[in-house]
Design a protein around this ligand. Structure first.
Ligand SMILES: [Fe+2]
Ligand SMILES: [Fe+2]
Length: 186
């Protein structure tokens, strides 16, 4: 199975306060960090893939990035990591061999993939017009924490938008109901 999520903001105290009530059952940042990582460890098994679309943690050192990433990816068969605005500097400093050893693939800022004939465009930020949109490509993004505008075949998969991590299968069931976008621009 493929699991998809983003924007845990581990260690981000302001966010814990700002995004109440959906994180309010965690008394402090430490409990929030553990709760979010525990959900990943319970759901994502050794046969599963994880797509994490950025903002795992707030800005920090390479060591901090490795510490959080090591915990995020430990149960997954492999992890596709798309950097977010808060973590891209630290994540890009990580040694490629370390990523390889931890089965992490660092994606492009706008990352295109194809699965069973379906194009999927992954990016931390929401895109207004994405590659192959008119041919039914899906676009999955984070960053908005559930506060963005809905577009056909585009989904905010961030943790706060759903209060849980999603599977690609359930995302597909929702997006398949959407009409393909009409082509407006050039
Ligand atoms: Fe975020
Ligand atoms: Fe962000």
């Amino acid at each position: 199975m493929i699991f998809v999520t983003s924007d845990f903001h581990l260690g981000h105290k302001n966010l814990l306060e700002k995004y109440q009530p959906n994180r309010s059952h965690w008394p402090d940042v430490e409990a929030m960090n553990n709760g979010l990582l525990q959900e990943v460890h319970e759901k994502v098994g050794s046969e599963d893939e994880l797509w994490f679309l950025g903002d795992l943690f707030m800005a920090g050192s390479k060591d901090r990035a490795q510490e959080f990433l090591r915990s995020l990816v430990k149960t997954a068969k492999r992890t596709l990591y798309i950097p977010g605005n808060h973590d891209k500097e630290a994540v890009r400093k990580i040694d490629p061999q370390w990523l390889l050893n931890h089965r992490v693939i660092l994606g492009e800022q706008i990352h295109e993939t194809k699965l069973r004939g379906r194009y999927i465009v992954l990016c931390h930020y929401p895109i207004e017009s994405w590659p192959r949109m008119v041919y039914g490509a899906w676009h999955l993004h984070g960053h908005q924490h559930g506060h963005g505008r809905k577009l056909s075949r585009r989904m905010d998969i961030s943790w706060d938008a759903h209060n849980r991590i999603l599977t690609l299968e359930e995302i597909g069931k929702i997006l398949d109901l959407d009409e393909p976008m009409k082509h407006h621009g050039h």
